[in-house]
Design a protein. Structure first.
Length: 683
């Protein structure tokens, strides 16, 4: 405890007795000890009272988050925010940002100008000097001068003053010009008149950051300043920001111009359109604005859902202040989009949308959100996260109604967006299921499906997995296989159609879970070529219509869930025979009717009595027959499943049409190929 000079850790008690108190003599004289070092003095003279802006210079991290590059540029943000507050309040129409060769930055606006009359509490000082030299001073506490503003605590520009080697302020009010200069938070003189200014109004602040605080050579970067100024122009379409920077400072500033006028009538819509130029989108931009008189409760937004596989981004602002860590206003946007899509799904009877969460709707999307709230609450002085509970309700109410109308106005677009978001939700559930399986098996030996007859060799090179239909075919295949290199996994009937099933059904399907477990390589983003347990994966089904359907379902599964397995050349189709032709001691096998007719017309069987047997399925074949016709590498025929990269999107569209949730697409496909089906019947 501070001030406890008499505290001890041993002896007669916690505290020494006061003067005059009775002291019981010690029973035994203690052994002599080395003399303890004298304690440091601690009295009222050690208590410092920091006045004015001295706390800012002592502990800059408390006010701007540190002294790194981010904190350095926060000084510019504070000055620019003050000018933007004037513009948003309707008192300024332009802001000028000028970068100086000496490392200074000047921000000018044509607003009302900082008051220069004597302050009522400090009549010996002007209001301008009080604002620049006192913490928690300003006109943004009671909401009278500003309905909404970025400054809340009255420490912004005074902190800039405290951390600047030099700061100059010019104010034009009532056709007169006033000027005052400061150094490291202290005035270099009083506020002075600087002549008439009949055609000018507003405030000009020029500051140069202090190298004593930010380190020798610390300089504001033009490219970053330009980006910050441009984002403000996007946020408020009613302001023009004029940018100026000497060309000498732009050598390492990329495409930053030396002069520019930043004005974007489309606001956030313009920003998002420019950011997503050239990127593929699942739906059109969803943009809108909810304007309110006075500013409080106004919301503007722009949302795009990209489908090019790249990550999206989120930019949110409150009263033009960036909130990189989000907050309650982003929660409101997320809930509005989620509830709007779920309501539309209920209206169109899309039950798969029940799995959706707010993250599914917003992850991967590009979002821009700007809200104006009276007296917002932020976490931290640097205002990186909005904490005002009311903001969630304001944003959700504003966006939800507009989103409902947007979805209803274009059903085709709404359906495309809903399918896109549902696929993200299914991917989330799939990753979670794979993670759960990985977690369960991480501490135990590899668990393989009970029906899998695995091969004996340890490595994957030269090994094969035969996926067969049913236990009967599986029994024959297990007897016909080469046990060293060939594994057999029987499946029970037709597997799930993954193109039309939801992620919840996919996660619960035991057959597909067993197949994935046998392969060992994971699916989708978690696919690992190194973990694939077999060099070839061979789909071996009956040579009839049902067998072809099962093969189609399996190929759909691999195409949707394990596309890399196909791309890397691991997937094959076995070609079992449909007929057995015998005459005398000669036996041959035919793949289909056409092959049978070809063999019957050959010299070996022409005009002879041939015994023709038709296999009803693989399960009817003797193991020796199955081995000789379909499984033995020296005698079999395999079809390799490949997808040309140029035709990948066409293939995806075809799979979606023929295997997806739209029966009308399949019906159209059948109608378009009715003549082809007729030819097959004639044959």
């Amino acid at each position: 405890m501070a001030g406890g000079d008499n505290a001890e850790t041993g002896g007669e008690g916690l505290f020494a007795p006061h003067e005059g108190a009775a002291v019981r003599p010690a029973r035994q004289k203690p052994a002599p000890r080395a003399e303890a070092p004298a304690e440091a003095s601690y009295d009222a003279h050690d208590i410092e009272v920091l006045e004015g802006l001295e706390p800012v210079r002592r502990r800059p991290g408390m006010y701007i988050g540190g002294t790194d590059e981010k904190a350095l540029h926060h000084l510019f943000a504070e000055v620019l925010d003050n000018a933007m507050d004037e513009a948003v309040a309707g008192h300024a129409s332009f802001i000028a940002v000028e970068v100086g060769l000496d490392g200074s930055v000047t921000v000018t606006d044509n607003g009302r100008g900082i008051p220069v009359d004597p302050h009522p509490k400090f009549p010996q000082k002007s209001a301008l000097e009080v604002i620049m030299t006192s913490l928690h001073s300003g006109a943004k506490f009671d909401g009278k001068a500003y309905e909404t503003s970025g400054g809340l605590h009255g420490v912004g520009v005074s902190v800039v003053n405290a951390l600047s080697e030099r700061l100059d302020v010019e104010v034009a009010r009532n056709q007169k010009l006033y000027r005052q200069s400061f150094s490291r938070g202290l005035p270099l003189g009083p506020l002075e008149p600087a002549g008439a200014a009949p055609n000018r109004r507003g405030t000009r602040v020029t500051f140069r950051p202090d190298e004593q605080i930010f380190g020798a050579g610390a300089r504001l970067k033009p490219a970053r300043l330009f980006q910050m100024a441009r984002s403000k122009a996007y946020l408020f379409s009613g302001v023009k920001i004029r940018w100026s920077c000497p060309a000498e400072l732009l050598a390492d500033a990329g495409d930053t111009p030396d002069k520019a006028e930043l004005h974007f009538p489309g606001g956030l819509k313009d920003y998002l359109a420019a950011s997503l130029a050239g990127r593929s989108q699942a739906a059109e931009l969803f943009t809108g604005a909810h304007k309110k008189a006075g500013g409080h409760g106004a919301v503007e937004w722009a949302v795009a859902w990209t489908d090019d596989g790249d990550d999206g981004f989120s930019r949110s602002y409150c009263n033009t202040i960036p909130t990189p860590e989000g907050g309650t206003h982003e929660q409101g946007l997320r809930m509005a989009l989620l509830r709007g899509l779920k309501a539309y799904a209920d209206l169109t009877n899309v039950k798969r949308a029940a799995i959706l969460t707010g993250e599914d709707v917003i992850n991967g999307a590009a979002t821009m959100l700007s809200a104006f709230i009276r007296e917002p609450e932020f976490q931290g002085q640097t205002k990186e996260r909005l904490a005002t509970p009311e903001a969630a309700r304001i944003v959700e109410t504003a966006v939800k109604d507009a989103f409902d109308h947007w979805l209803a106005a274009s059903p085709q677009q709404a359906n495309r967006l809903l399918e896109h978001v549902i696929s993200r939700g299914e991917e989330r559930l799939r990753r979670r299921a794979e993670k759960d399986v990985a977690r369960k098996t991480a501490t135990r030996k590899l668990r393989l499906p009970g029906k899998l007859a695995d091969c004996s060799q340890a490595g994957s090179k030269g090994s094969e997995l035969f996926i067969v239909e049913g236990d009967s075919a599986g029994g024959s295949a297990k007897q016909a296989r080469d046990r060293a290199t060939q594994a057999v996994l029987p499946l029970r009937g037709k597997i799930l159609n993954v193109a039309s099933a939801g992620a919840d059904k996919l996660a619960q399907n035991q057959q597909l879970a067993d197949l994935l477990l046998a392969l060992g390589c994971g699916a989708r983003a978690r696919y690992s070529e190194a973990d694939l347990r077999y060099e070839r994966v061979i789909v071996m089904t009956d040579a009839d219509v049902d067998g072809a359907h099962i093969a189609s379902l399996l190929m759909t599964y691999f195409f949707r869930e394990l596309p890399e397995l196909i791309r890397n050349g691991h997937l094959f189709l076995a070609v079992p025979p449909l007929y057995r032709l015998s005459h005398g001691g000669t036996t041959v096998y035919a793949r289909d009717d056409a092959h049978k007719d070809e063999l019957l017309a050959s010299k070996a069987f022409r005009n002879k009595k041939v015994e023709i047997g038709r296999f009803k399925g693989l399960g009817e074949m003797l193991p020796a027959q199955l081995r000789d016709t379909t499984m033995a590498p020296a005698k079999r025929t395999l079809l390799k499943v490949e997808i040309a990269e140029a035709a990948r999107e066409d293939t995806r569209d075809t799979v979606d049409r023929l295997m997806g949730t739209k029966p009308e697409a399949r019906f159209r496909f059948i109608q378009e190929r009715a003549a082809f089906a007729g030819d097959l019947v004639d044959i």
